[in-house]
Design a protein around this ligand. Structure first.
Ligand SMILES: NC(=O)C1=CN([C@@H]2O[C@H](COP(=O)(O)OP(=O)(O)OC[C@H]3O[C@@H](n4cnc5c(N)ncnc54)[C@H](OP(=O)(O)O)[C@@H]3O)[C@@H](O)[C@H]2O)[C@@H](O)CC1
Ligand SMILES: Nc1ncnc2c1ncn2[C@@H]1O[C@H](COP(=O)(O)OP(=O)(O)O)[C@@H](O)[C@H]1O
Ligand SMILES: [Mg+2]
Length: 286
């Protein structure tokens, strides 16, 4: 298992080209947030916006529209039950994030099927939260795309069939290979299973053990893969590393870290990373 270092941030977060516009930095379509879990998709959307994705659209329950706009005017809204509009937003996306707060009822299931029917191999598709639970429960096939699952241990148990106490690297890798997808297995010292390697995140803090922390990571992975689409595999690793590096910094003076604080800190954090040269590590800038 290879330990991730801050080197991954330097590789991924490079200066933006002068000759660019918002379209250069990708489009993210996020789908989730039923009436009860609107916060989940708002947190994920905030992470995608703050990570620097060029355009972000949030397909969610219509009851979340005002809250989304008041928290995040940068994001556009769509009603997630409007299947034609969602299909066209999926077609337009560089990265799709599906699942945060989607819920697991019949409407959630139909929305998930519509999303999965409209992705293509050219897209990054981040599958999180309720979407993983629904896939496992309903036996839904994996969609087309560069697939990235972001399960917590119980979601991974549901998807892989491996019980939480038995989730060894060997067993997890075998299921990852069958899926042919990237698996970000979230926990203290998250593990990332890719086609060629297993990585471990050596940082992170129990101050992160609060609701919405994973929703925020899913949005960051969506934002990073859209913005740095030419190095999408490394962008996943960089998002995982940055999420916990920022959290550790906030936790120096706070007992817990609020997920939206990580998103709000991202533009400043990314600016510092852009300036790092090979001799300087994150600690140097604290
Ligand atoms: N503000 C919002 O809108 C929020 C909305 N959210 C959205 O809610 C949806 C459901 O997601 P979910 O994760 O809350 O529920 P679920 O998938 O049933 O898993 C929980 C079960 O698994 C067990 N468990 C065992 N090990 C575990 C582990 N390592 N990590 C976590 N759980 C572990 C756990 O055990 P227990 O805690 O009971 O001991 C419990 O029995 C999803 O769409 C998500 O995006 C949330 O993000 C919160 C903020
Ligand atoms: N003790 C811990 N140490 C480090 N990271 C943690 C710890 N507990 C939780 N996390 C992180 O918090 C996130 C939790 O994800 P998840 O359970 O999906 O949250 P939610 O669905 O509520 O947003 C993951 O990124 C996980 O790695
Ligand atoms: Mg989650």
């Amino acid at each position: 298992m290879e330990k991730l270092t801050d080197q991954i941030l330097k590789e991924v977060i490079t200066p933006r080209p002068e000759n660019s516009f918002k379209g250069t930095f990708g489009k993210v379509t996020l789908v989730g947030g039923n009436r009860n879990f609107g916060g989940a998709i708002i947190m994920a959307s905030m992470a995608a916006v703050c990570a620097g994705a060029g355009l972000v659209t949030t397909a969610t329950d219509e009851s979340n529209s005002s809250a989304l706009h008041s928290q995040l005017p940068e994001a556009m809204f769509a009603d997630f039950t409007n299947s034609e509009q969602v299909a066209s937003l999926i077609h337009a996306a560089t990265s799709v994030v599906v699942g945060p707060g989607l819920g697991d009822d019949e409407i959630s299931l139909q929305i998930l099927k519509n999303v999965f029917a409209n992705t293509s191999d050219q897209q990054n598709v981040i599958i999180d939260g309720s979407a993983i639970t629904l896939m496992a429960r309903e036996g839904i096939d994996q969609p087309l795309g560069n697939i990235i699952y972001t399960p917590h241990e119980m979601e991974w148990q549901r998807l892989s069939g491996i019980k939480i106490g038995e989730q060894t690297a060997e067993k997890n890798k075998a299921v990852q290979e069958k899926l042919g997808a990237t698996v970000v297995l979230k926990k203290h010292h998250t593990e990332i299973y890719t086609n060629d390697q297993i990585y471990q995140l050596p940082i992170g803090t129990p101050a992160q053990a609060v609701g919405g922390m994973g929703d925020t990571l899913a949005g960051m992975v969506g934002g990073f893969t859209a913005e740095f689409n030419d190095k999408a595999d490394k962008a996943v690793l960089a998002a995982v590393y940055a999420h916990s590096a920022i959290a550790e910094k906030i936790a120096e003076s706070q007992y817990i870290v609020l997920p939206h604080q990580i998103s709000r800190a991202l533009p400043t954090f990314m600016k510092k990373m852009e300036k790092l040269d090979d001799d300087h590590h994150i600690g140097f800038l604290n």
